[in-house]
Design a protein around this ligand. Structure first.
Ligand SMILES: [Zn+2]
Length: 328
C-alpha cells in the first residue's frame, strides 16, 4: 500500500440561500449551474462531508479513511496524548456571503460533547478575501451587553444593537473562538479555518422569511446558553511577523494559522513542525515541493501535506499569498 503524500482533495460545494457565484469568479471554482454557491469545503472529515483524494495512487479514498488507517503518517509523532483523533480535526472552507448570515454562536468542545449526536466544538478564524464597500462583520458583543440585554432586544425583534460590528479590509483576519456571537455580512468572501464541527446555534435571522414564507428555525435558548458573555468587541488580529515572508495570524489551542506573502521569485521553507500542514492559495500561484513530489497550486487550490512529508518548500513564481494551517 502506498504511504501518504501531499494530497489534493476534491472540493465539496454547498448551496445555501445566502451564497452566490464568487467562488467561481474570484477563486476559479468549477461550480455548476445555480447562483447560491455558499461554501467550498476544501478539507473535511465529518459526517456531513468527506473530502476525497484527487491525485496519486490514493485517488478516490476519503480523508477520514486515510487519517484512520495511517494515523502516524498523517499526524506524526506529536499526537497529543499519543492517540489519533477520531476524525481529522480541522476543516477548511471558502465562503461567499451574498447575503448576511444569521447571527450565530458555536459550542466549545465540552458543550459539543453533550449534544446528540455529539460534535466537536467550533473555534474558527476568517481571512477576508473580498469585501464590497460597506460590508460588515459582526463579532463579539457590544460593550456591557449581557444575557438579559440580548433577551430584551430579541423580544423587540432586534439584535444588531447588541453586536459589535466593523467594516473589514481585504486581508483582515478575524478570530472567533467558540462562544463568540458572530455574523458574516453581505458582500464578503472569506477563507475559514475551523475545528471539524458543523454545529451552529442560530440566535437571530434578521426577521427574514424563506421562500415558503416561514422563518428559518432559531435556537435562542441554546444560543444564550452558549454565548461567552466575556467576549466583547472583536477586532481584526494583528499579524506577528515570523520572517521570510510569513506571519502568524492566529495561534490558539485548536490551530495555528499563518500567512505567507511571497513576492515574485521568493521562496519559503516550511518549518518541520512535526504534524500535517494545510496550504491554500488566496493570491497568485505557488509550487509546493517536498521529498514526495511537486504540486503547483493555483488560486483557491488546496493541498494537505501529511506529517510524513518532509522538506516542504514554497516557490511563488510571480508572487503569491498562501495560507498555512496546522495543529498547535
Ligand atoms: Zn461561525
Amino acid at each position: 500500500m502506498p504511504t501518504l503524500y501531499p494530497l489534493r482533495l476534491e472540493p465539496l460545494f454547498q448551496q445555501y440561500l445566502w451564497g452566490g457565484r464568487r467562488l467561481a469568479s474570484l477563486l476559479g471554482k468549477p461550480l455548476g449551474q445555480g447562483d447560491t454557491y455558499a461554501e467550498s469545503w476544501e478539507v473535511v472529515d465529518h459526517r456531513d462531508g468527506q473530502s476525497r483524494v484527487l491525485n496519486g495512487p490514493l485517488a478516490g479514498q476519503t480523508l477520514g479513511e486515510l487519517a484512520r488507517r495511517y494515523p502516524a503518517e498523517m499526524y506524526g509523532a506529536g499526537l497529543s496524548g499519543g492517540e489519533a483523533p477520531d476524525r481529522f480535526p480541522l476543516l477548511l472552507k471558502y465562503l461567499d456571503a451574498q447575503k448576511t448570515l444569521s447571527v450565530q454562536v458555536h459550542p466549545n468542545d465540552a458543550q459539543g460533547a453533550k449534544l446528540d449526536p455529539p460534535d466537536l466544538g467550533k473555534t474558527e478564524a476568517w481571512l477576508v478575501l473580498a469585501a464590497e464597500p460597506g460590508a460588515k462583520i459582526y463579532a463579539g458583543l457590544s460593550a456591557g451587553v449581557d444575557r438579559a440585554a440580548i433577551a430584551a432586544a430579541l423580544a423587540e425583534g432586534e439584535c444588531e444593537r447588541c453586536l459589535h460590528a466593523f467594516e473589514p479590509a481585504v486581508g483582515d483576519c478575524v478570530f472567533i473562538p467558540a462562544g463568540t456571537v458572530h455574523a458574516l455580512g453581505e458582500g464578503l468572501v472569506i477563507a475559514e479555518i475551523q475545528q471539524a464541527s458543523n454545529t451552529t446555534f442560530r440566535l437571530f435571522d434578521w426577521n427574514r422569511l424563506e421562500k415558503d414564507g416561514k422563518p428559518r428555525p432559531l435556537h435562542v435558548e441554546a444560543s444564550l446558553d452558549t454565548i461567552d458573555y466575556q467576549r466583547g468587541p472583536v477586532a481584526p488580529q494583528i499579524p506577528q511577523p515570523l520572517g521570510e515572508g510569513s506571519e502568524r495570524l492566529v495561534e490558539c489551542d485548536k490551530f495555528i494559522f499563518d500567512r505567507w506573502r511571497l513576492s515574485a521569485g521568493q521562496g519559503g521553507v516550511l518549518s518541520d513542525a512535526g504534524g500535517f500542514r494545510i496550504l491554500t492559495v488566496v493570491e497568485g500561484e505557488v509550487t509546493v515541493r517536498s521529498d514526495d513530489g511537486v504540486e503547483t497550486l493555483g488560486l483557491g487550490q488546496t493541498l494537505l501535506a501529511p506529517a510524513c512529508c518532509s522538506g516542504l518548500t514554497l516557490d511563488a513564481g510571480t508572487g503569491a499569498t498562501v495560507l498555512d494551517m496546522r495543529l498547535p
